[in-house]
Write a protein that binds this ligand. Structure first.
Ligand code: ATP
Ligand code: MG
Length: 722
């Protein structure tokens, strides 16, 4: 068969990688150099040139969206569908394994996945049940402790807490949590990986079976694999298997979730005879954008060292906008997007990127007011809305009565007279008998511990769920959803409530029926439609939103932008304490990670890049005067054009305060001037670095010894000169 067309549109090193032999391959290359493209072509090559069956290929991508795009391209190249190919995220693939082998994994068949919110809630309850003070033993910290150990492949019994009483206590919480999840048949996100890894690792027969099945394992965004993911991969790669990974150390942005960029080096050691391929030509961005991004990332130390060049156009300068505040930043952005669309371009070609999901709100507002369609990736997604989670909890409970998380969530939603006192008795009973809530409730309604009223209320709830479970057996998936919305009273409950929000909730619930109707189950997945749908809701919900095909502006965090590209990119909120984020300011390694994030952001842009910051920002309900991000100073001045809109009053970050209306000899009202030492009653001693504005609007920037740099309004700040 002629396979040469699979090498079309590739440069020399790319071809070399695509047409390489069957030994291990590591592609290490910068942003936009065609790594993902190489991976895609390689899969097609394996199938067509080496006659691999699509069934024998396991490909790991970073998002489900990336997986489905890759599948589409491969099918296009090959000219036939490759349905049986295992392609997805680590979590998605782990889930698939656990569904197929729930017995081997030691799980109940109807195990359910809980998201990170639910996980936190479970931990909070366990902390309370252990009679620990949750203002000290914070659930969020417990969650981090547990996930951290799971990501490193450690069960509670494997944690070496040493003599540290705090570590010992958290280890106990972890143990309780493990026991609880096992009893309830629930699995959190990190558990998906840990559990499937353990299963593969300990089950020789299963491991052999999969090693024989998967002749090739391919991984995109390899730099962001964590320890358990790395080990997980190894289980699938036997002596006969082919493995290819592609990645970029400069784009490693998940070390806070345990990602280990060292895995790249480890790979070369663990897979002997690894062929290393480097791609150096960037095909994505203009040379201006690429030079600027290269300059920023060059500030990091300990890089693996790569060259990245382009023979593309120089393109336009990067535009920098200093907004007055976040509203101004959003207004400016939307203005420019309108111009872009008026020039005949698509909205979908535009991305607004931010460091923190909370920043999306002001952009959403501005886009909404300007009637520009947009879609937010991440943030509060459809399947994360409270009413949807209620409905899903009912569905889960019908499948698995032992799912305590769901039980707790909806036992009194809508209100049915099951109060906290009753629930406390059920919880107590559950704990002392090591039972689930459902079992305890069934016991208690027989006994005399509960009041007659409470017992009745609880009995009707159990009967309701039981009845639903029976009725649903013969229904189509969407009818099951309809049935639950109707019988549980959820629809009526929200329908009777007043106000716009209640209306939206009803709409959302109805949308859930539509979602179920449109849900397409991967035929190879061995599970009933409802389980599959619920898993989909937990796992995949976030990545797309309703009306996915409408031409709309894309809003997302920098983290979720990885791997994507857009003709027009707005990189927003470049302020110290936001980007780089607060906790990175005094931590060199975190700072380097933030810089990589900045590099990821800049290299998403193909033709035009806008960068903005707000001088005053209201975020998380607080208003702060900001300092421009240090990353701005790292971008070569000749690649930047400033946009001046407000009477030329404009700060040029790399020129200190010279761009201000008040020049650097500025004298503030009460005799304080640049360089003065001052005392603040809360922050202590500091030095004035900057003065701006007049009269009651005068602001000063002070470098405090204890808390670092802050902007203060002089008339409020009560500073005394020293
Ligand atoms: P990232 O590091 O951001 O994930 P990447 O290395 O995976 O980037 P790709 O997304 O595969 O890069 O490619 C970047 C862009 O360059 C894509 O639009 C791709 O189609 C294009 N491209 C890659 N290689 C070539 C080539 N040889 N000729 C023309 N265009 C190419
Ligand atoms: Mg890529």
């Amino acid at each position: 068969m002629d396979v040469s067309h699979l090498l079309d549109g590739l440069n020399e090193p790319q071809r070399k990688a695509v047409a390489a032999g069957e030994g291990p391959i590591l592609v290490l290359a910068g942003a936009g150099s065609g790594k993902t493209r190489v991976l895609t072509h390689r899969v097609a090559w394996l199938v067509q040139a080496f006659s691999y069956s699509p069934l024998s290929i396991l490909a790991v991508t970073f998002t489900n969206k990336a997986a489905s795009e890759m599948r589409g391209r491969i099918e296009h190249m090959l000219g036939f569908p490759v349905g049986g190919m295992w392609m997805g995220t680590f979590h998605g693939l782990s889930h698939r394994l656990l569904r197929a082998h729930w017995q081997e994994a030691g799980l109940p068949q109807s195990f359910q996945i809980i998201d990170s919110d639910d996980q936190k809630r479970v931990i909070k309850r366990l902390i309370a049940a252990m009679e620990l003070d949750d203002s000290y033993w914070q659930p969020k910290q417990g969650q981090q402790f547990i996930n951290h150990h799971k990501e490193a492949g450690r069960r509670a019994r494997d944690v070496h807490a040493g003599h540290d009483p705090q570590q010992q206590q958290w280890t106990k919480v972890y143990q309780e949590y493990e026991d609880y999840c096992q009893r309830a048949g629930i699995v959190d996100f990190s558990e998906l990986l840990l559990r499937s890894w353990e299963m593969m690792h300990n089950n020789e027969i299963l491991r052999q079976r999969y090693r024989e099945r998967f002749r090739a394992v391919l991984v995109d965004e390899f730099q962001d694999t964590n320890s358990i993911q790395y080990r997980w991969l190894k289980e699938f790669v036997g002596p006969q298997s082919h493995i290819m990974v592609v990645g970029d150390d400069d784009q490693s942005i998940y070390s806070w979730r345990g990602a280990q960029v060292e895995n790249i080096r480890k790979f070369e050691n663990d897979y002997s005879g690894t062929e290393m391929v480097r791609l150096e030509q960037n095909y994505r961005s203009t040379s201006t954008i690429l030079n600027a991004a290269n300059a920023v990332i060059s500030r990091n130390e300990g890089r693996m060292g790569k060259t990245l060049w382009t023979d593309g156009e120089e393109g336009e300068l990067i535009r920098l906008y200093a907004a007055f505040n976040e509203v101004d930043e959003a207004r400016f952005t939307v203005d420019r997007i309108k111009t872009w669309v008026e020039q005949g371009n698509l909205r979908a070609e535009v991305a607004i990127l931010y460091r923190s999901n909370a920043q999306s709100r002001s952009f959403e507002e501005a886009l909404f007011n300007a009637a520009v369609p947009y879609r937010v990736y991440g943030g509060l997604r459809f399947f994360e809305r409270a009413e949807i989670k209620d409905a899903l909890a009912y569905l889960r409970l019908t499948l698995n009565h032992d799912d305590d998380t769901s039980f707790e969530r909806i036992v009194n939603v809508p209100t049915r007279g099951i109060g906290n006192r009753t629930l406390d008795i059920v919880r107590q009973h559950a704990r002392s008998h090591s039972q689930t809530m459902w079992h305890s409730a069934s016991d208690l309604i027989q006994g005399s511990e509960l009041t007659a009223r409470a017992a009745n209320a609880l009995r009707s709830f159990l009967e309701l769920i039981d009845a639903l479970s029976t009725q649903m057996a013969d229904l189509e998936l969407f009818e099951q959803v309809e049935q639950v919305l109707g019988e549980t009273g959820l629809l009526v409950f929200h329908g009777n409530a007043k106000g716009e929000k209640a209306e939206t909730r009803v709409e959302n619930l109805k949308e859930l029926v539509t979602a179920a109707r449109n849900y397409y189950q991967d035929e190879e997945e061995e599970m009933d439609p409802l389980s599959a749908f619920l898993a989909h809701a937990s796992l995949e919900a976030g990545e797309g939103q309703a009306d996915a095909w409408e031409d709309c502006v894309q809003l997302m965090s920098l983290h979720s932008a990885k791997g994507l590209e857009f003709p027009l990119v707005f990189l927003t909120g470049l302020e110290e304490g936001l980007f780089p984020s607060q906790h990175a300011l005094n931590d060199p390694s975190r700072l380097e990670e933030e810089r990589r994030l900045c590099y990821v952001g800049m290299t998403r842009a193909m033709q035009q890049l806008y960068i903005s910051y707000a001088e005053v920002r209201r975020l998380y309900g607080r208003e702060n005067y900001t300092t421009p991000s240090r990353f701005l100073q790292e971008i070569p001045a000749e690649t930047i054009e400033e946009i001046r809109t407000r009477n030329g009053a404009y700060q040029t970050p790399w020129q200190g305060s010279q761009g201000f209306e008040n020049d650097s000899s500025a004298q503030a009202e009460n005799g304080l001037s640049l360089g003065s030492r001052v005392l603040h009653d809360k922050f202590g001693e500091g030095v004035i670095m900057n003065i701006e504005g007049k009269g009651e609007h005068t602001r000063v920037q002070v470098n405090f010894e204890s808390v670092g740099i802050k902007w203060l309004v002089l008339s409020f700040a009560r500073l005394t000169g020293l």
